[in-house]
Design a binder for this molecule. Structure first.
Ligand SMILES: CC(C)(COP(=O)(O)OP(=O)(O)OC[C@H]1O[C@@H](n2cnc3c(N)ncnc32)[C@H](O)[C@@H]1OP(=O)(O)O)[C@@H](O)C(=O)NCCC(=O)NCCS
Length: 168
């Protein structure tokens, strides 16, 4: 069973490599390939030191197989969440464990609202978020122009403090 823990500075490159690998798949996260791994690692290393951000890693057999970031937004008390698990490590509860740990951290910090954006076709992620009480707040129709020239639509989903926890 994979384990979730806070990201440490020496996880930064592995964190970036998870994002790079999932971006290479091309269809599930907003970040597009190729990811500049050294540059991304540097930003992760800086962000880990900032207590306003929550960065978590999912570790399996001593290797980082997933990551999650919860970052403040311009709206006071509202943080935005992004997450990814390597393809070979999906479907074994790791994504749920990452999300539950992040929501626990959000509760501890008194974060009022956790928001995220997910491609409308990403049924697995949408199902995961809905299972934790996230509600759809809107649809961004044909909003994201991709490198292949397509325009992708996303759902905006969010969980308010006090929602979701009672159901788990
Ligand atoms: C979304 C993601 C993080 C989920 O991680 P995971 O490790 O597969 O998650 P879990 O194993 O905890 O499963 C979570 C839920 O997904 C669903 N699920 C699991 N395997 C599935 C499959 N093969 N097909 C469809 N749904 C599936 C289940 O509903 C499960 O909930 P349950 O435990 O109540 O049954 C992972 O699929 C991923 O990284 N995808 C690519 C990147 C991405 O989409 N990130 C989110 C962008 S907003």
């Amino acid at each position: 069973m994979p384990v979730v823990r806070p990201a440490r500075p020496d996880d930064a490159e592995a964190f970036a490599m998870v994002i790079a690998a999932v971006a290479d798949e091309g269809d599930s996260i907003l970040t597009e390939a190729p990811v500049d791994v050294p540059g991304f690692s540097l930003r992760v290393r800086q962000t880990i030191r900032d207590p306003d951000h929550v960065l978590l890693v999912l570790v399996e057999d001593d290797g980082v197989v997933g990551c999650l970031g919860l970052h403040p937004t311009n709206a006071e008390g509202v943080s935005t969440l992004g997450m990814a698990v390597l393809e070979d490590s999906r479907g074994r509860g790791g994504g749920s464990a990452l999300l539950d740990a992040a929501l626990g951290a959000a509760r501890e910090r008194g974060i009022h609202k956790v928001e995220l954006e997910v491609f409308c076709e990403n049924a697995r992620a949408i199902g995961l978020y809905a299972s934790r009480g996230f509600a759809v707040e809107g649809v961004r129709r044909e909003h994201h122009l991709r490198q292949d020239g397509s325009r992708r639509s996303t759902l905006l989903m969010a969980l308010l403090a006090g929602e979701g926890a009672a159901r788990r």
